[in-house]
Design a protein around this ligand. Structure first.
Ligand code: 5AD
Ligand code: SF4
Length: 453
């Protein structure tokens, strides 16, 4: 009997924390385990294998994963014969410590273990506890090409274009947890995008920790901007997004792509982290606020309706009131339509940790909290003003499915990523239709379908 048959009809439950990269990784694990005879389930109670895909970007994410794990371990203690695996960034960071701390844990593996997930799960179920936190060789890195079964029927899909990160932003743990950067060969990316289009996907989102440094490391690789042209050439791809990019690696060619490629959407997530040059230097971001503003101006020239979203860290060690004022001023200058904002969280082994600890430059938690609230208040105002500015206009909406709230109402996104709800039915899913915006709400707008854009 083959191994595939022995694992037949076993059930696997995934719990994913963190970023889109983790969602994508979970999809790849799902695909691989399904090809090994597993069936994905939504309920941990009926699972033979539970995989917790973890995030360690901030302490909060890490704590959440420990409490989820507690729940699954309790189920095991109460008699459920389940194999429990911890994958992802916390697994990479803690490794053996996790196995020592939780005696009922069966498997711990980092992001580089994902291409091996079938073997790792088999080993954990047959031969005992397994730890795999080795980094894989960067030459011929085995990017998984199996499609996530859960992406079937979806309008949008992620495609990974690189793994790891070669930057060394002083606050960030990612270079430790995900290791060195490797770019995926462009023909594999094009092939995966084509196969997704064949399943009905219309929008491709290219993902990686620092997508616009794609192809810079190996002679002969193509740069990121060129990759965008290749994806744009694929028939059936209607929209292209990408995340996350770094201001340091925004090239003139990338800016030009916004003038040349209508499929490239009019929304860009460009994390700035801070508006103060002093803080940017201490974060090792390798750009200034002036350079950032130049990039924004260049992008808007190439694509006048481009909108930007960003990431902000409040209370980075040594950040003064004046530094933070500079960050607030950026909001006035750029008018971000949305942002993810965080209080600085000290991470093990990062250079900024020394600034907080030994050098005593940590910002008091209440000060960081107050700054966060100020940023978020400005963000809410900026987002609301933008949503209001959409009222009356007609926008092309790529329809994704039923709206969450109302019967007979569908939802979709504009090129600028505004969420639009309007009366319709499921026959519209996957189609792009013109919709006139009638009313703006906090996180979405309401509209009516019209016959012409
Ligand atoms: N503390 C707070 N925010 C962080 N980020 C990364 N590391 C930290 C940290 N130690 C934020 C950055 C990054 C986003 C993914 O998470 O803003 O862009
Ligand atoms: Fe972290 Fe900086 Fe790499 Fe982004 S670019 S993953 S913030 S080190």
């Amino acid at each position: 009997m083959s191994e595939v048959e022995t694992e037949q009809s076993k059930k696997v439950f995934f719990r994913t924390f963190g970023c889109q990269m983790n969602e994508y990784d979970t999809g790849k694990m799902r695909a691989q385990l399904e090809s090994d005879g597993y069936v994905a389930t939504d309920s941990p109670e009926e699972a033979d294998v539970i995989v917790v895909n973890t995030c360690s970007i901030r302490d909060k994410a890490e704590q959440k994963m420990h409490s989820a794990l507690g729940e699954y371990r309790r189920m095991k203690k109460e008699g459920q014969p389940v194999t429990i695996a911890v994958a992802g960034c916390v697994a990479q960071q803690e490794g053996q410590t996790l196995l020592d701390r939780y005696k009922d844990l069966d498997l711990v593996f980092g992001p580089d273990g994902i291409p091996q997930v079938r073997n790792l799960v088999r080993a954990a179920r047959t031969t005992g506890r397994v730890l795999d936190t080795d980094y894989l060789d960067l030459d011929n890195y085995p990017f998984v090409s199996d499609l996530d079964p859960a992406s079937k029927g979806k309008v949008g899909a992620f495609v990974t274009i690189q793994k790891g990160c070669d930057n060394n932003c002083t606050f960030c743990i990612v270079p430790t947890t995900r290791g060195k950067e490797a770019s995926r060969p462009w023909d594999e990316i094009v092939d995966e995008s084509r196969r997704l289009v064949d399943t009905g996907v219309k929008e491709i989102t290219l993902i990686g920790q620092n997508v616009n440094s794609y192809g810079l490391k190996n002679p002969g690789d193509i740069p990121f901007a060129e990759l965008l042209y290749k994806i744009s050439d694929i028939e059936g791809v209607e929209r292209i997004r990408y995340t996350t990019s770094h201001p340091r690696d925004v090239t003139d060619e990338l800016i030009q792509a916004y003038a040349d490629l209508p499929k490239l959407t009019s929304q860009l997530h460009l994390p700035v982290q801070s508006g103060s040059n002093r803080v940017l230097r201490r974060m090792r971001r390798y750009y200034t606020r002036e350079r950032f503003l130049d990039i924004v101006a260049g992008l808007k020239k190439a694509r006048p309706d481009l909108v930007l979203s960003t990431d902000i860290i409040c209370g980075f060690p040594g950040e003064t009131d004046e530094d933070f004022e500079q960050t607030l001023q950026l909001m006035d200058e750029v008018g971000f339509v949305s942002s993810f904002s965080f209080k600085y969280s000290p991470r093990p082994g990062t250079p900024a940790l020394k600034m907080t600890g030994k050098r005593g430059e940590g910002v008091a938690p209440e000060v960081a909290q107050e700054r966060l609230v100020r940023w978020q208040t400005m963000q809410r105002e900026s987002s609301a003003a933008w949503a209001k500015s959409l009222e009356g206009g007609v926008h092309d909406v790529l329809v994704e499915g039923w709206s969450k709230h109302d019967a007979g109402v569908v939802c979709g996104r504009t090129s600028q990523f505004a969420m639009v709800n309007f009366p319709g039915d499921l026959s519209l899913v996957g189609k792009t239709v013109p919709v006139q915006v009638t009313r703006a709400f906090t996180n979405s707008v309401r509209g009516e379908r019209v016959s012409q854009a």
